[in-house]
Write a protein that binds this ligand. Sequence first.
Ligand SMILES: [Fe+2]
Ligand SMILES: [Fe+2]
Length: 210
Amino acid sequence: MNIFLEKKILKIDSMLRLFFVEPHAPVQPNPAKSHCEKKNWSDVQYQQSKGQMRINHTGEICAQALYNGHYDHRHDVKMKNWLQHAAEEEYDHLVWCHQRLKELNTQPSLLNPFFYTCSYLMARFLSRVNAKMNLAFIKETEKQVEAHLNSQLTLLQHDQRSCEIIKQMIIDERKHHDHAVDFGGQDMPVMISKLMGIAAGLMKNIAFYF
Ligand SMILES: [Fe+2]
Ligand SMILES: [Fe+2]
């Protein structure tokens, strides 16, 4: 089979697996593993945990699209290695969030294929503009994700298992942000950062419920 076609089929296969197949075991163990569950929660707290962890799962689906979209258009080996390593850590986050959603008896967002497609197209578009724009986008995304995760530590004080996952994600997202800076990622123009924040806010409002 034509190698180009083979690569495309493998890409589509791994994308579909994100939505329809149970994720494989993470490389890093689930940070919530040794924490017991206290479940004397109110209905509001229960809905909060489900909704917030569904948002995080969707965020990690978008992270797969973001890193894969950039990886496809970079030729620098060092940068490609970093993008691949970051995508692997994001995959661990995806698995932990998936496992947590199962423990909470709920499912991932039904709109994940849509969110994945939007993120992938955005990453490809920026990669074609230039590498600097691509790195600035990763830097700003990781910064906004870290702020969002920090705010969840207050919202989910009742839910220690989710918080343990979130704390490790904060450490990893900060590392991704710093590596984007090391590779030359600069600040996004304020207007674009604001637009990114609005798009992320929309995604969060939808994924919380659906
Ligand atoms: Fe992540
Ligand atoms: Fe990240």
